[in-house]
Write a protein that binds this ligand. Structure first.
Ligand code: NAD
Length: 475
């Protein structure tokens, strides 16, 4: 696999240039690192046509063969881990170690999803009739991915959609198209032409996809605001939708935690990938009995963490991925500053080139402050003090989001009792962010519609079809 700097879309198995091009910037240096195809509407039509043409053949390919192809594709990603990792760091900003985790996770996701099975339910097997419900592919899936985990979150879609027998047109974020374009070239050597098409473009391309009559389902990961637009646009053609949207995950830290043991893990729950994770801890509620000691331990650890260019050895946190998000996070910091909240660390803009924001922790801001109520999606964490369990559950749930959450405590029964009261699609006890292709993951409330992962996620790429056979004996 050639990781040179020539980037092309994959349409019907062919390398295709765009009608024009757009630039991709390294967020650590603000230097343009690549020029990539900007798809025209006709090129999107061609990708949809290729996917539609490939659909009957792929859908009727035995599932064992589709499974084997996805497993091979997963191995191919893993075999190219080092090159993918370097490219991912230059387009996304994350440190090499984190990029390696993402690429490894992407390969393993394909292989893991490939082990799932489509269930068949026998509804009736009587003297009169035999009735069963099976799950058939929907058709062409339009997959739209964000910039925080460009390769991994695309694989959340590619694995189950293709295993179920669908074909796909996949669009990465314009901020991070490079690894996905190279993945498309890799896949073209393994999958039949048209099964997986990759298109890149600017702001119009996503809406063109969601309104396209040739796309049967949209699987979208991104912000809640965009998710609403996607659902609205998809409604015109009654497309199926799976929406994985924003979050404002609470972590609830019980008074019986071992402060020194959990401080580092709690720090990374909030700051891994520079806080740019849908399931990052975005509000940390700490019981008043340990508030001061945990605060001191987290801040002490935060001071040891190295922020810098992800390509440099020793960097633990890279830049924010793009200017838009950088400005948004700075605006939230400025709001906190204007309101006079206490900063325990950070809060100053750095002078270095690149979209760098230092690790920032705010001391017990009011519950109705913007930094508590909004999804910051960056390296700024509000530490919040609580007293009573009912009160903290109410505060944790007082949000339109419901993606994830975590509870930390030595008494697991007590922690479980709290976890069960959190209104979110996933709740972890004494860890965070553990996802697998074998378990369902999705948002409650305005964090999403539907799930990815597990059999439940696989079924989102199918239509249920019931076949009822009247038996000859009674005909
Ligand atoms: P975004 O909504 O701005 O963009 C996501 C994708 O949608 C991009 O590919 C973008 O080009 C495309 N897009 C933009 N406008 C569109 C439109 N009108 N129609 C169709 N597509 C359109 O999100 P982002 O800034 O790339 O990602 C960050 C957000 O994603 C955060 O809110 C984060 O919480 C969320 N996210 C959620 C999950 C999850 O699994 N729930 C995972 C990662 C990120």
């Amino acid at each position: 696999m050639n990781f040179n700097d020539s980037y092309a879309m994959t349409i019907g198995g062919d390398r295709v240039s765009g009608g024009g091009t757009f630039d991709v910037v390294n967020p650590a240096t603000e230097v343009v690192i690549a020029s990539v195809p900007d798809a025209t509407r006709e090129q999107l039509d061609a990708a949809v046509t290729a996917a539609r043409a490939a659909f009957p053949g792929w859908a009727s390919t035995p599932i064992a063969e589709r499974r084997a192809a996805l497993d091979t594709l997963g191995d191919a990603v893993l075999a190219n881990l080092d090159s993918f990792k370097r490219l991912l760091t230059t387009e996304q900003g994350k440190p090499h170690a984190d990029a390696a985790m993402e690429v490894g996770g992407a390969g393993m996701w394909l292989k893991g999803a490939a082990t799932l099975d489509l269930p068949v339910t026998v509804n009736e097997d009587s003297a009169e009739r035999y009735s069963e419900t099976r799950h058939v592919p929907i058709g062409v899936v339009g997959a739209i991915a964000p910039w925080n985990f460009p390769l991994l979150l695309a694989m959340f879609k590619v694995g189950p959609a293709l295993l179920a027998g669908n074909t796909m047109v996949l669009k990465p974020s314009p901020f991070t198209p490079l690894t996905t374009l190279k993945f498309g070239e890799l896949a073209a050597g393994i999958l039949p032409p048209g099964v997986l098409n990759i298109v890149t473009g600017g702001d119009q391309l996503g809406p063109w996809m969601t309104e396209h009559p040739g796309i049967d389902k949209v699987s979208f990961t991104g912000s809640t605001a965009t998710g609403r637009r996607v659902m609205q646009s998809a409604s015109a053609t009654l497309k199926r939708v799976t929406l994985e949207l924003g979050g404002n995950d609470p972590a609830i830290v019980m008074p019986d935690v071992e402060v020194e043991k959990v401080a580092e893990e709690l720090f990374w729950a909030a700051f891994r990938n520079n806080g740019q994770i849908c399931i990052a801890t975005k509000r940390m509620y700490v019981h008043k009995d340990i508030y001061e000691s945990l605060k001191a331990a987290i801040v002490a650890y935060a001071k040891t963490v190295k922020v810098g260019d992800g390509a440099e050895q020793g960097t633990q946190i890279g830049p924010i991925n793009n200017k838009l998000q950088y400005d948004r996070v700075l605006e939230l910091i400025q709001d906190a500053r204007d309101k006079g909240y206490d900063f325990l660390i950070g809060g100053e803009k750095t002078d270095m080139p690149g979209y760098f924001i230092p690790v920032t922790i705010i001391d017990n801001p009011p519950e109705d402050s913007r930094i508590v109520q909004e999804e910051q999606f960056g390296p700024v964490l509000p530490l919040l003090k609580f007293d009573d369990m009912d009160e903290v559950v109410a505060r944790a749930n007082a949000t339109d989001y419901g993606l994830g959450g975590s509870v930390w405590g030595t008494d697991e029964d007590k922690a479980l009792a709290i976890a069960e009261r959190i209104a979110s699609g996933i709740v972890w006890i004494n860890e965070t962010q553990h996802l697998t292709p074998l378990a369902a993951f999705g948002g409650m409330k305005q964090s999403g519609v539907g799930v990815e992962g597990g059999v439940e996620g696989l079924l989102e790429y199918t239509n249920a079809q019931t076949i009822v056979r009247r038996k000859k004996a009674v005909a």
